[in-house]
Design a protein around this ligand. Structure first.
Ligand code: ADP
Ligand code: MG
Length: 562
């Protein structure tokens, strides 16, 4: 195994990565960095999240920047704003001791003029979402003619989010003389197409088994009645007193709901989803990073940018609609050689998905019974006692108080003191788990108690809290086009340039779909939709029938633009 030094990095860069605590290159870094230095090839890197891809392309890119030249020399495309910010920060961290390096992130949902200014001030490395990049190109605010390196990070995710045409348009505008690096956790047809169309004899680097979950992640599932998901989640948290977890939900609304419940029940938890403002999201992320939160409840889209390396558990509050996403979720734990656990809470109907996921990740799940009250109480008690035993006793400091303490406790013997001590901290658990029911499904024939209503973005009949005025829109892509709710959210966010827009029901039909936004957000859908989805122009039209009506989806559509 080579060291960073042996990979040929310059001293300033070595200092930067040393300051970050990187001791040796990860496998993908060891494989890719020499190719970039020594050969002219394009590269496709197939690797799970957490394998260190950012440094694999970031370090050599920094090395190859011509510092005297202020034009754009490397372009990195990534699917989300969070990821753009993360990559920018990572590159700045590596280059901490490298003078004269300018990295500029550009992404949608925020003022384009500020970004144009930043680009004008000199940007050698640009990190961009495809939508915003194309916008900047169309405004002639950026010149990518002379880039030496193009990186497509998380290519599968960019395509999932409907960026195919944007990517095509951007790639068309770069010169053949550049080097292209494509990174992806999976290699669906669409990614292979991009690689085939735009890359020259790429060297393929695969780290770990393709599509497999990270080696050091254990996969567990618990089977419960749908209405018992939440109590099961609590038990999982309670049986792991030191849990530091990401909890994935499918919808923004569910994400908020679960976080609210956890907070109300006394857990250090909060929500991360697209309905929050950027400032709110930053605040939540900071608290999570500092471990002021034990559980972060997030949507898949919002969690994309999260880079926290020691997450102990990933919890699938329910399984993702698109099973490939499970790989992304579980890849959030077990990073940088640490072990982690990915947990799925499944109801009877979802159980059939487990073997399908096993095929994707190439690993087996272990089915565990949901822990019972007594087991949890024992665990918590043990931890309490452990903490007590390990408490540091400062003899000197405490000495002056001991006489009073002893006097006050004179009437209790040792055994009683222990009982009091335990009860003090522990009554909450004992009370909660007194007569706690068994949450494990005893018979598979037991009918789900509320199966029809449970989960699923499409079945979410509830409207945003307190608002009854929603506007319903028609969009001309549906199941046949392979669109997922996430893709629709991506289109909406990108079109409105507003990631904070509240999105309600998404109803995906065969060849078209409906989505809801608040009435006052409706006007944001005036004007041509620039995105395409799999080559098709996208049309969004106001659906005639008001949302509350029975005729959902059947009302005549009034075209407001095409
Ligand atoms: P990926 O893009 O493959 O998901 P990242 O580049 O975000 O992975 O890296 C994942 C985590 O591993 C980050 O926290 C990063 O700081 C850390 N990391 C990357 N390279 C190394 C290394 N050589 N040694 C230790 N930690 C590393
Ligand atoms: Mg990455």
């Amino acid at each position: 195994m080579l060291t960073f030094n042996e990979l040929g990095l310059s001293p300033n860069l070595l200092r930067g990565i040393e300051a970050l605590g990187f001791e040796k290159p990860t496998t993908i870094q060891e494989k890719i960095i020499p190719i970039i230095f020594e050969k002219a090839n394009d590269i496709t890197g197939l690797a799970q999240t957490g394998t260190g891809k950012t440094a694999a392309f970031g370090l050599p890119i920094i090395e190859q920047i011509d510092h005297a030249n202020w034009s754009v020399q490397a372009l990195i495309l990534a699917p989300t704003r969070e990821l753009c910010m993360q990559i920018t920060k990572d590159i700045q961290d590596y280059a901490r001791y490298v003078p004269l390096l300018n990295v500029v992130p550009v992404y949608g949902g925020t003022s384009i003029s500020t970004q144009i200014k930043a680009l004008k001030n000199g940007a050698q490395i640009v990190v961009a979402t495809p939508g915003r990049m194309l916008d900047l190109l169309n405004r002639k605010a950026i010149d990518i003619n002379h880039i030496k390196t193009l990186v497509l990070d998380e290519a599968d995710e960019m395509l999932n989010m409907g960026f195919r045409d944007d990517l095509d348009a951007i790639l068309e505008r770069t010169k053949d003389s550049k080097r292209t690096l494509l990174f992806s956790a999976t290699m669906p047809k669409e990614v292979a197409r991009i690689s085939k169309k735009y890359m020259k004899d790429p060297v393929e680097i695969t780290v770990g088994k393709q599509n497999s979950g990270a080696e050091n992640v254990r996969h567990i599932y618990y089977q419960v009645h749908a209405p018992d998901r939440y109590p099961a989640l609590k038990r999982i948290a309670d049986i792991h007193p030191d849990i530091y977890a990401l909890v994935f939900c499918r919808t923004r609304r569910e994400t908020q709901e679960i976080a609210d419940k956890l907070i109300r029940d006394g857990y250090g938890a909060d929500a991360l989803h697209g309905d929050l403002s950027q400032a709110q999201r930053d605040h939540v992320m900071n608290r999570f990073r500092k471990r002021n939160l034990q559980m972060l409840v997030a949507t898949d889209v919002a969690a994309r940018g999260i880079d926290v390396s020691d997450i102990s558990h990933v919890i699938n509050y329910n399984l993702p609609e698109e099973l490939d996403i499970y790989t992304h979720r579980s890849g959030r734990t077990g990073r940088a050689d640490k072990s982690g656990t990915s947990i799925a809470i499944v109801n009877f109907r979802e159980k059939s998905k487990i073997p399908r996921i096993e095929k994707i990740i190439g690993k087996k799940f272990t089915k565990l019974p949901v822990p019972g009250g007594e087991e949890i109480c024992k665990k918590q008690l043990f931890r309490l006692i452990d903490k007590m035993e390990n408490a540091e006793v400062d003899e000197e400091q405490i000495a002056p108080f001991m006489e009073t303490v002893n006097k006050k406790l004179e009437w209790l013997n040792k055994e009683q003191i222990i009982k009091h001590f335990v009860s003090l901290e522990f009554n909450r658990f004992l009370a909660y788990y007194k007569d706690a029911p068994d949450l494990n499904k005893t018979s598979e024939n037991t009918r789900e108690r509320f199966p029809k209503k449970e989960g699923g973005i499409r079945k979410n009949k509830n409207k945003y809290n307190g608002s009854s005025h929603n506007a319903r829109f028609f969009i001309n892509v549906g199941k046949k086009d392979g669109i997922l709710p996430k893709g629709i959210i991506g289109i909406i966010n990108d079109h409105t340039r507003d990631r904070d827009i509240k999105i309600g029901d998404i109803d995906i039909k065969d060849s078209f779909s409906f989505f809801e936004v608040r009435e006052h957000d409706g006007e944001k859908f005036m004007g041509t939709v620039r995105n395409k989805f799999k080559g098709r122009s996208i049309k969004i039209e106001k659906a005639d029938k008001d949302v509350g009506g029975r005729k959902k989806g059947k009302g005549k559509r009034k075209r407001i633009y095409s």
